[in-house]
Design a protein around this ligand. Structure first.
Ligand code: NAP
Length: 305
């Protein structure tokens, strides 16, 4: 793989940005990568572990002269960062992001993007429950989907370049409209996270089952929930605050199905339960066949998720 941008700036140096940096280096996608994080502690860690060719003390310094700027901060923080860097963006540069919600990012970031700068939102569908500058690894995006969500009038050449960049990071790339993205992600990621948070919260509330029993006898189902429910609280708070409509729509449907299954259990309708579980088993098979997970029995406890 060869160089796609001369200079790339990563704003926010957590799991996603650090994984991007190691993957950029692995494939030689940029000549220089600058980075910025708001806290001194994160900037110091980044310098200590060699994360970024140059760690800057301000976001403005990091983006100066950059051909690609990627906002890697929580969704709720994107607008303030965009406003801050806007005056110093290089004409012809591309600004992108990795936020888990797209309509809100477009609404809050696009107004700050100056004329002559391309804005192409994106979202890599890859992550783990870990966060911070030391949690990244070069393979995070390998064989995972990354979605580009171009806004009206996005420049085709700039889109093609960003696509090549994400392919260079190891991803398969698709384009999607923002509203559709937010609905798909509400089904595949946002609602499941809320359900996991709830299930772990219920176990925590159930005083008749002690904490040590929850830990000691933790069966695979619950263990997977605890892994998901360990995800970063700031990131997930922002996801639910900014993908409100789609998440509420899916949770409404979820509640209806849950009540139907609850009723089947109460009335002893084994046929309904069996049919339902047969249908859902086929979905799992489809995910494995699509290469998005393995059949290994310890699924979910490896590095990539
Ligand atoms: P992370 O590991 O928690 O890192 C977040 C970074 O953003 C840190 O450098 C943090 O700075 C900075 N930050 C936090 N709040 C900020 C604020 N108010 N203003 C400026 N900077 C702020 O997060 P991440 O997992 O890399 O997630 C980054 C983005 O990727 C989010 O938008 C998330 O939705 C998206 N995403 C995450 C995943 C996932 O599974 N984790 C997957 C796909 C996309 P300090 O370290 O200095 O506090």
């Amino acid at each position: 793989m060869s160089q796609i941008y001369d200079r790339v700036a990563l704003i926010g140096l957590g799991l996603i940005a650090s994984s991007m940096y190691w993957a950029i280096k692995r494939a030689g996608l940029a000549n220089e990568v600058t980075g910025f994080a708001r806290s001194t502690a994160t900037r110091e860690t980044a310098r200590r572990i060699g994360l970024c060719d140059r760690v800057c003390d301000t976001a403005q310094e990091a983006v100066q002269g950059a051909d690609l700027v990627v906002l890697c901060v929580p969704v709720g923080a994107m607008a303030a960062v965009a406003k801050d860097i806007a005056p110093v963006l290089k004409p012809g540069a591309t600004v992108s992001d990795v936020g888990s919600v797209k309509r809100h990012v477009i609404k809050s970031v696009a107004p700050h993007i100056p004329e002559g700068v391309h804005f192409i939102p994106a979202h890599p569908l890859a992550g783990t429950e870990h966060s911070g500058p030391e949690s990244g690894f070069a393979e995070l995006f390998d064989n995972r989907w990354s979605l580009l969500v171009p806004v009206d009038g996005s420049d085709p050449d700039a889109i093609a370049r960003l696509r090549a960049f994400w392919e260079g990071l190891g991803s398969n790339v698709d384009e999607m409209d923002a509203d559709h993205h937010d609905l798909v992600l509400a089904v595949t990621s946002h609602a499941p996270h809320l359900i996991a948070y709830t299930m772990v919260g219920v176990a925590d509330d159930l005083r008749r089952v002690t904490d040590s029993e929850v830990i000691k006898y933790s069966a695979a189902g619950f263990r997977d929930f605890t892994r998901i429910a360990a995800s970063d609280p700031t990131m997930w708070r922002d996801v639910f605050l900014t993908n409100k409509d789609a998440t509420l729509e899916i949770l409404g449907r979820f509640t209806e199905e849950l009540f139907a299954l609850q009723r089947a259990i109460r009335t002893g309708d084994g046929e309904q339960l069996f049919d339902y579980f047969t249908r859902t088993r086929a979905i799992r098979r489809g995910i494995i066949d699509a290469g998005q997970d393995t059949d290994a029995p310890d699924f979910g406890r490896g590095k990539a998720s």
